[in-house]
Ligand binder design. Sequence first.
Ligand code: ATP
Length: 232
Amino acid sequence: MLEVSDLTRLYGDFVAVDRVGFSIGQGEIVGLLGHNGAGKTTIMKMLSGYLEPNQGRISIDGIDLTDDAKQVQRTLGYLPESLPIYPEMSVADYLDYAAELKGLTGDHKYLEIKRAIGATAIADRLLSPISTLSRGYKQRVGVAQAILGQPRLLILDEPTNGLDPTQTEQMRRLIRDLAQDATVILSTHIMQEVEALCDRALILRNGRLAVDARLDELRHSNHLLIATTLAP
Ligand code: ATP
């Protein structure tokens, strides 16, 4: 469903993402793995349409992101590395605002917000300002906004980053549940995260795709090689 080819992004003269290509099939959970600064967030931002590539193509279900960004964006949900911060906004107001940005209105908007609240188990803090929530709770609010409108593709940028072990396990359970109905690409710098959740791993090294392999293939390959690949 997702096809990426020759994806490249520069910041000034610095090549942060260098001719990356991969495809993801319907229903897969794919981990984008890499050291700090490898280019994960830059790729996630380009996939979700928030950052333009300098070169390359991204298509979702055959529709080019650059041809029809608005329509494509409605088929995807994006959890950014850090939520846009509206510290004084309540969870309920934030979800209402996020739903409107996705073009949801009326009863459909109400039902979608209700569904997202149920799926992420955040009903008990709806009136709390976002600033008062724990990191784990904020991440669940982030996932709730990502799943509004029932996107077929979920792009999750380091969903368990900064979470304690209990919150991490909760988030992983939530991702497994969501993956029943959506294709998922998630980024992480932890191999165990990929092992716990993913069918396939894309390993980035200094902006380039170094490995694209199924998890069962990786398990049979040399772990030392993977560790070396992950080093910056
Ligand atoms: P992390 O795990 O630390 O979040 P990452 O793999 O997500 O890292 P990116 O955030 O995509 O990596 O950054 C890739 C490279 O591009 C890094 O060297 C980073 O310093 C650089 N970079 C990212 N954003 C910018 C920017 N706005 N301006 C200049 N350089 C940037």
